[in-house]
Write a protein that binds this ligand. Structure first.
Ligand SMILES: N[C@@H](CCC(=O)N[C@@H](CS)C(=O)NCC(=O)O)C(=O)O
Length: 224
């Protein structure tokens, strides 16, 4: 398991600025105050398929986190590891009912939506179909999530504490905007996402603040 080869001074996160899954992990690391180094993997240039990288992550995707001598993959597995080993500033509520609710929202995004709209799926579908496909599935899930949030949200997705549901929601909203999904039918989702983006841990994890974000995109969005 733990390998001296992977004992770095700081955790190393293999990330791509626009990856929603890497973004989840960046937010949790920031939220918990864990200092880390980013190693960019350019998905558009297919660096995730390079032999060196795919040795670390055989599924050829980001994120991968090197921490405590371990090579961890899958954003939710990484986040659960961080939660178990660094329990301060938790992202899962203690109460089992709330925890189940948080996980239900997390899985709606991480298990039901992101996998069908991932880059490799869109490339497989081709340019003709990818926009309509993405809009359809993102709207479908947001419809359900909006209904759930009507029952359980307050300032954030589940009550007034930031949880993993919020951490997954923000990148999903960013992606929906990117694919021009009409968000007007989802006012709770939009309100919560806007509020979360005022928090430092979320701001710092935002794609436009990443070292691998192209400078023209930074300046277009007034990021210095
Ligand atoms: N279930 C994985 C999904 C990881 C994933 O799909 N990552 C995307 C970026 S968000 C990726 O690297 N895609 C590369 C590709 O599709 O070739 C996780 O949660 O970490």
């Amino acid at each position: 398991m733990s390998n001296p080869q992977y004992h770095h001074e700081k955790p190393v996160l293999y990330s791509y600025f626009r990856s929603s899954c890497a973004w989840r992990v960046r937010t949790v690391l920031n939220w918990k105050g864990i200092d880390y180094e980013i190693k960019p993997v350019n998905l558009v240039k297919e660096e995730q398929k390079a032999p060196e990288y795919s040795k670390l992550n055989p599924l050829k995707e980001v994120p991968t986190l090197i921490i405590d001598g371990l090579v961890l993959t899958q954003s939710l597995a990484i986040i659960e590891y961080l939660e178990e080993t660094r329990p301060e500033k938790p992202v899962l509520p203690k109460e089992p009912g709330k925890r189940a609710l948080v996980r239900s929202l997390v899985l709606a995004i991480a298990s039901d939506t992101q996998p069908v709209t991932n880059l490799r799926i869109l490339n497989y579908l081709g340019d003709d179909r990818k926009e309509e496909w993405t809009k359809y599935w993102m709207s479908y899930i947001f419809e359900g999530i909006e209904k759930q949030l009507k029952e359980v949200a307050d300032d954030y997705c589940v009550g007034n504490e930031v949880t993993l549901a919020d951490i997954c929601l923000v990148p999903q909203v960013f992606n929906a905007n990117r694919f021009k999904v009409d968000l007007t039918p989802f006012p709770i989702i939009q309100r919560i996402s806007d509020k979360l983006l005022e928090l430092e841990a979320f701001k710092k994890a935002h794609p436009f603040r990443q070292i691998d974000c192209p400078s023209e995109l930074k300046s277009k969005n007034n990021i210095t």
